[in-house]
Structure formats: structure tokens, C-alpha cells
Design a protein around this ligand. Sequence first.
Ligand code: ADP
Ligand code: MG
Length: 709
Amino acid sequence: MSAPPATPTKAGSAVPEQQAVTTLSGVGPALAQKLERLGIRTLADLLFHLPLRYEDRTRLSKIAELSPREPAQIEGEILGAEIAFGRRRSLVARLRDDSGEMELRFFHFNKAQQDRLQFGGRVRVYGEARYGRRSMEIVHPELRWLKDDEVVALGERLTPVYPITEGLSQQSLRKLVQQALQKLANHEIVDLLPADLLREQRLPSLTLALRTVHQPPADIDTLALISGEHPAIVRLVLEELIANQLTFLRLREKARAQAATALPAEQTLTRKLLQALPFSLTGAQTKVLKEIRSDLQQPRPMLRLVQGDVGSGKTLVAAFAALNALGAGKQAAVMAPTELLAEQHLLNFSRWFEPLGIRCVFLAGRIKGKARDSVLADIRSGDAAFVVGTHALFQEGVVFKDLALVVIDEQHRFGVHQRLQLWEKGRSDDSQGPHRMPHQLVMTATPIPRTLAMTAYADLDNSIIDELPPGRTPVTTVVIPDNRRDEVIDRVRAASAEGRQVYWVCTLIEESELLQAQAAEATYDLLREQLAPLRIALVHGRMKPAEKQAVMQAFKAHETDVLVATTVIEVGVDVPNASLMIIENAERLGLAQLHQLRGRVGRGSAQSHCVLMYHGALSAMAKERLAVMRDSNDGFVIAEKDMELRGPGELLGTRQTGIMAFKIADIARDQKRVALAQQLARELLARHPQQVPPLIARWLAGREGYGQV
Ligand code: ADP
Ligand code: MG
């Protein structure tokens, strides 16, 4: 079983597991397309497509011994069938074995089935029993007709039930997996984890692990298989997590091997800015800045993630970090995920930097023509030392003279590959010396659970701003159904009567900006009637940047009382006088997003409130999620809960970016294995470096961003 150690190979058809599924018999283009929908292209993909659960067809049960809600297989004789007219019409067949009688009920049936069942005969059925009106019954059992004296052997192994897709049956997927297992049995799938590691961790070989999960023996602990505790699953999960860690370790190694400009700790500008601020830095801000400064003094690129809750003052930390580059006569750039936020940053940074004689320039998609040419020229010549913008900063045609620091704000919006791309872009092609890379500071909007940070940002060092500026009062949150909208309207009036401002957030699950904008416009029209004579404004993603900015400015200047908005205001917007936020259809948003939105209030000294309105009846999960928001203001707690309840994908917004698309591992379920995987990955890299490329290829081939690692 133990295969010889793999020789490093490029992932490709030479490796049996990387053969296309079309090499299996019976897989033509049509079937291949269906498999593709499940993400299955190669034999490895097929083998890593694990069952959701198992069915036990290895034994027969007696009718007299059936218990409700337990799946069972029964063999017996159909005595006849008739139509029953209850609340719903159904076809009911009576089944008898030597222990008793029961019923089989079909709500959907055709004439042929009806005739066949009325005629009777021997059958083997499988399904979940429940109490029926007269006896036990199974609704829609799987049914197999047997010839009079036919003996059909029982299986020796449990039957896997896979995630499937339209047009692909369990049967055909099972057969394909069997074929793949057989095919690989001949060549043995190469075991990429070294034998000593498997021994130490008491884990089975890859071949055995795959056989076990796809064809488990009847006496296996299925609960352990499903819950990820069985050694066979642990083995697969660990291998995948190790591959994930290796990717980051290599990324990190590669990055550390680059040169960067060592930036001495800047004194003069720093002191001036500190003096100009109407407050002093929090202890946490100071601590994190110290960590950043010590990185910047190295001739290697800094790669640091700064986490901090909403409102913890990350922007200011970025500003002080930038002064180290600017003071040394180099350039610094800050990239934000939206124009709205980039504009807000421009205002803040200009307010801080211009008195120090530092010019701030702005670059976003909307800057076009002559204006853009002039900004680009200034960036190229170095006249623009400090640049704020959107991802437009790193597009074709933007050349920095000497970029020493890149700050990426609200990182959760960008994926790993974008991170790499931006970073490459910052490379300065200095004809006198070797390439130098900019230092990189990544800031998250939303705290990330530790395990998740270890898998999604393992290439970065981590700093946490674990303290809010003094004087903030926690936001009080209530959850109410939207049929009490009238009360909410009253609250808005009351807040406004006290001179406070209000955000009214319209959410739509659709990604379409157009639909969101329409929904917000409708709400805006309605609220203008209901809230007259209050001054109502509207902001959404379809407005022109200049319009958006004008609306935001007016709100900030308290020229308007209520701002109706889409989730465009999710990040960065800072209007301290706003103390009430209404979020419609709050049940549709993720917790992290709700927390971000709510972070727009509670920025001043007044007590702030957030009203989470929901529509219709809430599911148990939705109730729990909204309760989390009501009970906690701590982004770290909320993030942990969100991961527990909805999984990591939602949290990182990785559906779009794909960075966390694990095949087998489930970060919420397998959290406890991440630290071990990290340690094993380090050992593997040190002791068996030749295994690293095939491991990465096996698990991450074809993923955007990992290719170049
Ligand atoms: P976030 O971490 O969410 O990006 P910001 O950087 O937008 O937070 O800061 C939120 C608000 O707190 C801003 O108005 C900022 O000026 C203010 N702020 C930052 N640091 C401090 C501090 N040490 N004391 C008081 N207010 C601060
Ligand atoms: Mg921020």
C-alpha cells in the first residue's frame, strides 16, 4: 500500500489521479458537463467528492421491529394497493413479511406503478419508517421488484449518498466512483504524506482513507465519518489543510526573499501629526504602530495584517505607517474597495497630511482624460507622494516612482490573487539595483476568527487593535418585525427631534446594483411622505460619484436628517452625529456585514441605536443570528458566531473570490486541526521539500492566484 515517495511532477495527465473523468468508461461530453457542475474534472476531483451520508443496505429488518425515523431495508410481499383520499390523494400499498404488515405510501405515482402495485409480488424496499394511520409506513420507498424465488445478495458495504446535480443519479455517481477507485488501485494513488508522518499521527494511507469514505464496511462508526472525526476523514482533511498551509508558507518564503527599502522610524512628521490630533492614540493603536515600524525597518517587505473592530481607528494607524515612507522621501498608497470609501479616506488623509506639507492625490475609475493623465504623471514623477484610490491604482498605465508602502484597506473585499497582483504591481524596477517590493499593510474591516486567519491569511503577520477609542457607548440593538414599521417611523422622528441623524438602510439579496437602487428609490419616496417635513436624502451605487459625494457631504454637514442608502455605506462612512440606524430585511445579510453597517452609528458620544427589521417568519437560524447581533457589539465574538452558523465562505465573502474553496475540509468543523496542519506543513517543507509541489498541485491546481506560487 505504501507507494514510493512521489517524484516531483507537474500536475498533469502523467499523474493517474489527474486524468480527466472522461477517461472513465461511460463518461461522454454530456455527463462530463454535469460532473463539471459539481466541480469534478479529474479522477482526483471525483475521489475527493465525498458522500453526505450513508445508507445501510447490508441487512434486512423485520416489519415488527421497525422504529420511526430510522432508515430500514425490508423484504416482503406486496398484498395489493389502493388510492387513499386523505388531505392529499395517495397510493397506498400493503407490504407483509413473516413478522407483520406495513404500508408504503406514494403521493406521486403514475398509472403503471399503480397497476404494478395492485398486482402484487415480492419486493425489497428501503426507506425511513414512520407511524402511519393503521401501521408503520414508508413514504416513497426505494423499491426493487424480486422474482419469485430470486435471492439478491446484501451489500457488504454501506451505500454512499453523494451531493448530486440535476440529471445525475446517485446510482451513476456511485458507479463512477467505484470505477475511479478501481482504476487507481492498479497504479495506487501516490501517497504524498510521508509514512513517518502518517505513523506519528496514526492515520491511514490515502488509498485506504478513500476506500473507507466511499465504501465503508458495515460496522463503521458513520457518525464519526460524517462529523469528521474518523481517521479516514481526518487523513483527507489534514492533507488538504497542509496543502493550504504550504501554499502560504511558500508565498511567504518567496516574499521574504525579496528586497524592500528599509524605512527608519520617522520622528518629525509623526510628532507634528500627534500634536495636531484632538485626541491621543489608544494603547492598542500605539502597540500596533510599534509592530509596523519594526517591520518597516527591515530590508525585507513587511506583510502585515491589521485587524480591528469597526471604529477602532485603523485609518489613523495607516496614516502613521505612511509617514515612515513619506518622511524618507518615498511614496505610499492606500487602496480602498469602493469609491465612496476612497473619497472619505482622501478627506481624512488630506486633513492630516496637508498641514504637514504632504500632497494627497486621488485615483479612481471615474478620473478620466486630462485629469487622469495629470495624476498619472505626478505618480510617475514622484510629485505625488501620497496616493489614495480604488483598485484603479494598480491598473495598466499606473507607474510609481518609488512606492515603499501599500496599504490595502478593508481586505475582506479582495482575494489572495488580488493581493498578489497588487503587490507585483508595486515592484519598482530600479535600474541601479535589484527589484524592490513595497511593504504591505493589509487592514480588515471585519475581525476574522483566529483559525480562519490562519488559513486565509497565513502568509501575513498579524496585529490586532483590541481596544476602541474612549468615550464610545455601545450601540443598543433591537430586532423587530417589519409590520411594526409605524413604531420605527416614530423613533426616526424622535431621534431627529433631538437633533440626531438617521441612516435607513435598504437591503436586497440581489447582487444587481440596479435592483438595489430601485428598492432604495422606492423606500426614499415612501419615507419622504411618511416622515415629512424631515429632510431625506438618498445614496446608492448607481449614482454618479460626484452626486454620491455631494449627498454624503450634505449629510455630514447635517443639511439632511435621514439618509436612505443601500449597503454602499457599509464601510468607512463616518458621520458621528448619526445615532440611529434602521436596517430593513436584516435577516438577509451576513453578521459581519450587519456589524459593519451598524458600525456607522455609535461614533459620537450620544447613545446610539440600531433597529434590525425583518420580514415574515424567521427561521431558527435567522433568529439565532439576529440574536447574536442584539447581544453583542464585539466584532470578534460576532465573527466567531458567524463562522459557526454560516461557515467561513460567507464571512470572507469568498464566494466571489474563491480563496477558501476547500474540497473536503470545513473550517468551522475542522478548526481544531488547523494548528496541527500548520506545524506539519512546516516539517514537511523542511524535511520533504520534494513533496510540496505535488501536494499543492493535488489540492489547489487550477485555483486562481495559487498558480504562480
Ligand atoms: P476603522 O477602524 O473602522 O477604520 P476609523 O479609522 O474610521 O475606524 O476611525 C473611526 C473614528 O475614530 C474616526 O472618526 C477617527 O478619527 C476616530 N479615532 C481614531 N483613533 C482615535 C483615538 N485614538 N481617539 C479618539 N478617536 C479616534
Ligand atoms: Mg476603516
